[in-house]
Design a protein around this ligand. Structure first.
Ligand code: FE2
Ligand code: FE2
Length: 187
């Protein structure tokens, strides 16, 4: 996975994870939200593939391969939740203000790949914190061990398609979106 300088607060993420480790209800809520995000990643990936790539192309195959892996992630999470006695409902999941802002910059293949790359990078960085934490529950660790290398691979694929200029634009939108969700900019 190549390096990209991105605003990511590791200490904050460790503290966030420790709050979830001590609060089973909050943990299950987050797992449900992640299930929805992974599932939406599948549908969004297929939409982007249809919109921005040609049928039968290598690019179409790359987008579809990534989308299928997101679907598998959502299924693994669904099984984990079921074993925890929970059936998540998509309509009940929180909508973040972050992602719509990053996606506003999408207009073509390179910009959709760049926005997607940012999403994958942030997921990978968060998953790294979860993987390294000694108290991460076994069921979640099994998921993370499978999903982390795949999210890193998704980042590499998308970043290569996007190229440097589109990545810089997406990074700028990422910074603005962070400001919006932190309440530092008008919504
Ligand atoms: Fe995923
Ligand atoms: Fe991914």
């Amino acid at each position: 996975m190549s390096e990209l300088s991105i605003e990511f607060n590791k200490d904050y993420t460790i503290q966030w994870w420790e709050r979830l480790l001590d609060d089973e209800d909050a943990m299950n809520k987050w797992l449900s939200k992640l299930w929805n995000t992974e599932k939406n990643g599948f549908f969004g990936g297929l939409r982007s593939a249809r919109k921005f790539t040609e049928e039968g192309s290598d690019l179409r195959a790359t987008f579809c391969k990534i989308a299928k892996e997101e679907w598998r992630h959502s299924q693994v999470l669904h099984r984990i939740l079921k074993a925890r006695g929970i059936t998540p409902v998509a309509e009940e999941q929180e909508n973040s203000k972050y992602w719509p802002h990053v996606m506003k910059g999408v207009k073509d293949l390179k910009s959709v790949a760049a926005a997607s790359a940012i999403g994958e990078l942030l997921a990978a960085k968060r998953f790294e914190v979860i993987q390294q934490h000694p108290r991460t529950p076994k069921d979640i660790l099994v998921f993370i061990n499978q999903a982390l290398p795949e999210e890193q691979g998704h980042f590499d694929s998308y970043a290569a398609i996007a190229g440097e200029a589109a990545m810089q634009n997406a990074l700028q939108r990422h910074k603005e979106a962070i400001a919006i969700i932190s309440g530092q900019a008008p919504k």
